[in-house]
Design a protein. Structure first.
Length: 477
């Protein structure tokens, strides 16, 4: 990891790409240099070897021609034959000069000197004693040695070509091995460099993503701290500012709820007590019309008290939604207890509850799970038709506890589905003869589900209403 991030995210990306691309570029440059050197060496070596071989073949041809001229001159001496000999001798000297200037071995230089010396004796014999046949024959016999040396030169040239080709083959094999080793070395270097910079670049992005998810889900605890390039740090500071603003808004909202709720409780208590006294005819007898009016006042005062208490309950949820107190919960016993708590309401509408709950124990917050089940069952009972059926199903898989509550009511209207879990939102479909609630029950279900690392969803069933809550619970006890 870099000791200090660059000032901008773009510069960090540029550095990352440069470092990832640097090893392959170095490898390509190194291979290009090696291939260029190998090509130059092979071109020079083959050129020299072919040049020496061709010169050796010309040397053999000229010495053969010289021998033929000398033997012809031995039989029929004449100026024309001697001139032909001189012309071939000049060609031989040119070839010898070319070979001497080439890159040949010291032994080959010695052979050239010997060829020159032997030919010089023949030339001296032809020049000084053209009429002495015995001396000419002795001199001409020297061509056997000259031709042997010339043939050796031709063979040496071919052998040199073979050696150079073999040397080039070995050099190419070594270069190929070096290329493979460089490839084997570069691949892990590039991979590790890429992974390292991916982690380095991805770390502040992941922090930002986590912070945005937490803010979106309402989890405002813990500051947003982003370590990275300056522009990402600035973005982190803006998210921290947003978090503080949301906290302040949340505090103001909760303070307003508490103050308005408590402010309403005192006059509401007086209203409730007064309506109760009137209903009980403590101040005198009432006519049927008066009794009806006081009954309405008393019922609505009680309903208003219930709504205020739900507001206070939601306010309490906001303060303790992230505090979990784990304990051992028996799922079947909990489900049976919840059904017993709602027995009177179930009997009033002649409803039945079908329970599909495994006989297991889990570790979770019993109070919050009880509140979740209570709100879901209350909602299902409220919207179920008389003689209906409610399904309470729990499924445990790995560390997930899935709670399904299904009723046979009218379902949730399409326009209500996106906001069904919003606080204080009440749907358009209300059962006949029932009072509208405060709209905080399902929001509390979602808050407690999120606190358990899960969530609450409205399933898209064909009929009725189907709520599914997923909770992350502890291992089975």
């Amino acid at each position: 990891m870099l000791p200090n991030y660059p000032r901008s995210f773009g510069r960090l990306l540029a550095i990352g790409f440069s470092l990832v691309a640097l090893p392959p570029v170095i490898g390509l440059i190194s291979n290009a240099i090696s291939i260029t050197q190998l090509t130059d060496r092979s071109e020079h070596a083959v050129y020299q070897a072919v040049r020496v071989t061709q010169a050796g073949r010309r040397l053999l041809e000229t010495t053969t021609a010289l021998e033929r001229n000398a033997r012809q001159f031995l039989i029929v001496p004449g100026k024309e034959l001697f001139d032909a000999y001189l012309k071939n001798r000049e060609s031989m000297n040119e070839v010898i000069a070319e070979l001497s200037a080439s890159n040949i071995d010291p032994e080959q230089h010695a052979d050239l000197d010997e060829i020159v010396a032997d030919e010089a004796r023949v030339y001296a014999a032809l020049s000084d004693h053209p009429d002495r046949a015995a001396d000419l024959r002795v001199a001409v016999r020297g061509f056997a040695r000259i031709n042997e040396l010339a043939q050796g030169f031709a063979r040496a040239g071919n052998e040199r070509i073979d050696r150079e080709v073999e040397a080039l083959r070995e050099t190419a094999s070594k270069a190929r091995q070096v290329l493979y080793w460089q490839l084997f070395a570069l691949v892990p270097i590039v991979v590790f460099t890429a992974i390292g910079f991916a982690l380095l670049i991805g770390r502040p992005i992941r922090v930002l993503d986590t912070a945005i998810q937490r803010l979106g889900s309402g989890q405002l605890t813990g500051p947003v701290v982003v370590d990275g390039p300056q522009d990402l740090k600035d973005l982190g500071r803006r998210l921290e500012w947003m978090r503080n603003e949301l906290i302040n808004i949340e505090r103001e909202k909760n303070r307003f709820l508490r103050e308005i709720s408590h402010s309403l409780k005192t006059p509401l208590a007086a209203l409730r007590e007064g309506s109760a006294l009137l209903t009980e005819e403590a101040l005198g007898s009432l006519t049927p019309e008066q009794r009806e009016i006081t009954g309405i006042l008393h019922r609505n005062s009680l309903e208003l008290q219930r709504l205020i208490e739900e507001l206070l309950d939601y306010d309490a949820v906001q303060f303790k939604r992230t505090i979990l107190r784990f304990s051992k919960i028996e799922l079947q016993a909990l489900a049976q207890q919840m059904a017993a708590n709602h027995r009177l309401a179930l009997q009033a509408k002649r409803l039945t509850i079908e329970q599909e709950v495994p006989d297991i124990k889990v570790r979770a917050d019993a109070e919050k799970i009880t509140e979740i089940l209570d709100n879901l069952l209350s909602n299902a009972i409220k919207y179920s038709p008389d003689n209906g059926r409610i399904v309470l199903k729990m499924t445990h898989h790995d560390n997930d506890l899935i709670i399904d509550v299904i009723d046979q009511g009218p379902g949730v209207a399409l326009e209500d589905r996106p906001r069904i879990f919003d606080p204080f939102y009440r749907g358009h479909r209300s059962p006949a003869g029932s009072d509208k609630g405060s709209g905080v029950g399902l929001s509390i279900v979602r808050e407690y589900a999120i606190a358990h690392g899960g969530n609450a969803h409205l399933m898209q069933d064909a009929s009725g209403t189907h709520f599914r809550v997923t909770l992350l619970v502890g291992a089975i006890a």
